[in-house]
Design a protein around this ligand. Structure first.
Ligand code: CTP
Length: 417
């Protein structure tokens, strides 16, 4: 018995009335069996084949998105769930790449034939909601129990190169061991350069799932190495430490994972590594400063925690993020479970209120305007000097900042004269 959200019965009841039989499939069922909840639900509809009929039936439940029309997929966001409806089908490879398929929809296909296009046995389990029956034609349940990732169909598996990445991703995410035949298939696909057909973004999507959803992403990266891909560095065990300290923000977590992978690279090497994975500039711009400063926590701690150096560091990175990276590196290299430098820097940065952001500047442009100085390039020089003075604790209040400015302007006038 699979415990699916009961609110879906409103949709299912309507489908039964039109002789359509919904079968829940894929990741939702796999996750349920593992005791995990998922908001993404794939539903295969047997008994009807008209896409417009399906759209019409679903319309009353929300706005139906038919972006996947060519694949016979329509999406519905309903009561907080992302529902993907599709028809049973057979995929025939007719072009290179992850999407190079011609599809043959057949509403009367038996579940086993339809499920044979799926990648792994654990992803080919279905649940017939009307008759409350689990459909498991490839023994995915046993594989899930024994924690084995096994291929459903060797011939169709190799037709989709993305599945190599998915194999590594699922092994990392659910700590599965890979079946020997599947391992050999993936290795062959890599050596036949099939992964070159894939768009970078699709590869990165799987890498993100691996690093964000696994307790031990290193398992997946070890496999990627054994398959012969170049998505590997010698720092993969640091990822396992990072995963113990993930934040609530997935972009930040991705940044931390990427930084961990190449923390000991120079700027150029790291840029090359990351640009091989993604064109997202924002990610690169956040990763590089972390890498550049990865050793600063130890350096500042060893020089008796100079506040100025910490303030300066906060202008380059979020100290909170750097601490996660540094401690992960430390714990990977040392057996101790105490990171003295990290704890001390955390405490001081917290006192200084610069864990999440840099020290807010006390002196503003409008303060300079008040001294009847017109906006000019000189402005930013004054503001930079003021910020340096503030970081050196020459003033700590707004009044102090104004007094500082007066002296500063007087002095620069004297110098000019
Ligand atoms: N699938 C496949 N081959 C792919 C992608 C998907 O066979 N290259 C099938 C699998 O049966 C999979 C289902 O489509 O379970 C749904 O795919 P997707 O939503 O990408 O992944 P999930 O398995 O649902 O896992 P996740 O939790 O990562 O979304």
């Amino acid at each position: 018995m699979i415990n699916y959200p009961k609110k879906l019965d409103f949709i299912f009841d309507k489908l039964y009335n039109y002789n359509a039989l919904p079968i829940l499939v894929g990741g939702f069922i796999r996750d349920k069996i593992l005791g995990l909840n998922s908001k993404d639900i794939d539903i295969e509809i047997y008994g009807i084949s008209s896409f417009s009929k399906l759209e019409e039936l679903l319309e009353e439940f929300g706005s139906v998105n038919s972006v996947g029309k060519s694949f016979g997929v329509c999406k519905l966001h309903y009561e907080g769930y992302d529902l993907d409806f599709s028809f049973p089908r057979v995929d025939n490879k007719n072009n290179i790449g992850h999407r190079g398929f011609q599809i043959e929809i057949n509403p009367n296909l038996d579940f086993k034939t339809a499920a044979s296009r799926r990648d792994f046995t654990i992803n080919a389990i279905g649940y017939d909601v009307k008759n409350k029956i689990l459909l498991d034609p490839f023994n995915g349940l046993v594989d899930l129990k024994n924690k084995i990732l096994r291929v459903v169909n060797e011939d169709s598996f190799i037709e989709d190169p993305l599945r190599v990445l998915r194999a590594a991703q699922f092994c990392g995410r659910f700590e599965l061991s890979i079946d020997k035949k599947l391992f050999e298939l993936c290795k062959d696909m890599v050596s036949n350069q099939l992964l070159n057909e894939l768009p970078k973004e699709r590869i990165f999507e799987e890498i993100k799932k691996l690093v964000l959803k696994s307790n031990r992403p290193s398992i997946g990266f070890e496999l990627l190495k054994k398959f012969g891909t170049n998505i590997y560095t010698s720092n993969i065990y640091i990822l396992d430490e990072i995963s113990k300290q993930l934040t609530t923000n997935s972009a930040t977590n991705t940044v931390l994972m990427l930084a961990a992978l190449c923390f000991d690279y120079n700027d150029k090497q790291a840029t090359y590594f990351i640009q091989n994975l993604t064109n997202e500039k924002e990610l690169l711009n956040r990763v590089l400063p972390l890498i550049k400063n990865h050793n600063k926590i130890n350096e500042i701690f060893n020089s008796n925690i100079d506040n100025y150096k910490l303030y300066k560091l906060a202008t380059e990175v979020k100290i909170e993020e750097l601490l996660i990276l540094s401690s992960a590196i430390y714990f990977t290299k040392n057996s101790s479970n105490i990171y003295e430098a990290g704890d001390a820097i955390y405490k001081r940065a917290k006192e200084l209120n610069i864990l999440k952001e840099k020290l807010p500047p006390l002196l503003k442009g409008k303060d300079i305007l008040n001294f009847k100085i017109k906006p000019s390039p000189e402005f930013s020089k004054i503001l930079d000097d003021a910020y340096e003075a503030q970081m050196s604790c020459e003033f700590t209040t707004r009044n102090g900042a104004i007094v500082w400015l007066k002296k500063y302007l007087k002095l620069s006038k004297e110098i000019k004269v």
